[in-house]
Design a protein around this ligand. Structure first.
Ligand code: PLP
Length: 376
């Protein structure tokens, strides 16, 4: 059989290791997972309560239009219900957008050192991912994006642009002025769609940040994505949504599976939106812990990046395989980000205070134990 080279060479997404697999391999009872930016406070308690009541309905298929959830999101975020689409995680929506709007051999434009789900979905659809290098300060280089679009949009048939704001794994925001300039130039182009991925929106505290939602009236080809996986604590149920033009909703409704948002996911996401208190609690914990962690990292002389997400990235200057193993042996799962081009860096999610303490003390002993290596 003739397998397309993009499929043949596809390297699957590298998820954080599950707790149970680390317990088994290293013979540990207590393992802390700080590898997938999950919510350390668990799911919203209101959502949990609603889930218990929904369990007796599990013999029914879910509402294929997720009507109640769509209406709730519409009210909550001030987005027309006709301009909303739900996905089994926002990653399903990215995948479907690529399948709908890019034909094989066409392209998407992404940043190097950015969320890897976009190029993987592209490759699976036999679509090329053109990668723009980061700036030397690790910011996404919107000027370089613009230059490539000016020069190669037609020849490379670039159809979709993915911009995570803030970026994962760096936690860095797009420059608000550059973003507006970029959108005014490209988010009105009839042959392009721009996807702003705001998975960590709730955690952003930089006063200069603006959500893409406010630009949607002005820039008609802009799509904004959000997720219930991070601040809402519902990663295991898989719900994300996009605010997008109605014609995008229409195509998604043709392509998607009829029951892509399962019954429990609909109930939990719906109820979690009412739990405003919980989101505040999650953000305050994240922010106060990040501030404390930064101080500790400074004391230790560690090179790290100030994050707008619920995670932080730091340079270990050591062999990354050894570092990962060192953490695992101590029962702490972190994320090496060498596959994003950050050779000796790791990304650690913000957990509960004692979990963060465990990660920091592990980092300290890791630095004392493993030799510094020069990778430049
Ligand atoms: C975690 C994350 C998402 C959310 O993915 P889901 O499929 O909704 O769980 C999206 N984008 C980025 C950049 C992320 O880090």
């Amino acid at each position: 059989m003739n397998i397309h080279p993009l499929i043949e060479n596809l390297v699957p997404y590298r998820p954080g290791r599950p707790i149970s697999s680390v317990q088994k391999e290293f013979g540990l009872t207590r393992v802390i997972k700080l590898a997938s930016n999950e919510n350390p406070l668990g799911p919203s308690p209101l959502a949990l309560e609603a889930l218990k009541n929904a369990l007796s309905d599990l013999h029914f298929y879910p509402d294929p239009s997720s009507r109640k959830l769509v209406e709730k999101i519409s009210q909550h975020f001030g987005i027309s219900a006709l301009e909303l689409a739900l996905g089994n995680g926002s990653d399903e929506l990215f995948d479907q957008l690529i399948r709908i709007f890019c034909n094989p051999e066409e392209s998407i434009l992404v940043s190097k050192g950015a969320f890897s789900a976009y190029p993987i979905s592209a490759q699976a659809a036999r679509v090329k991912a053109i990668e723009v290098p980061l700036k030397s300060n690790f910011e996404i280089d919107l000027e370089a994006f613009s230059k490539i679009l000016s020069e190669k949009k037609e020849t490379e048939k670039i159809r979709l642009v993915f911009l995570p704001n803030p970026n994962n794994p760096t936690g860095i925001l797009l420059d608000p002025k550059e973003l507006k300039k970029f959108l005014s130039k490209w988010a009105q182009d009839p042959n392009l769609l721009i996807v702003l991925d705001e998975a960590y929106h709730e955690f952003v505290r930089d006063p200069r940040y603006v959500s893409g939602l406010i630009y949607r009236k002005e820039f008609k080809r802009l799509i904004v994505s959000r997720t219930f996986s991070k601040a809402y604590g519902l990663a295991g149920l898989r719900v994300g949504f996009i605010a997008c033009p109605t014609f995008v909703v229409d195509y998604l409704n043709r392509v998607r599976k009829p029951f892509n948002i399962n019954l429990l996911a609909q109930v939990a996401a719906y109820t979690a939106l009412d739990d405003v208190q919980f989101i505040h609690q999650v953000c305050h914990l994240t922010w106060s812990e990040l501030d404390r962690i930064y101080l500790r990292l400074q004391e230790m002389g560690v090179n790290f990046i100030q994050s707008s997400g619920n995670f932080y990235m730091l340079e270990t200057k050591r062999d990354i395989k050894d570092v990962e193993r060192f953490f695992l042996e101590q029962g702490v799962i972190i994320r090496p980000v060498d596959n994003y081009g950050f050779k000796t860096w790791i990304r650690i999610s913000v957990g509960l205070p004692d979990e963060n303490e465990a990660a920091l003390s592990c980092l300290k002993s890791c630095f004392e134990t493993l030799p510094v290596k020069d990778f430049t």
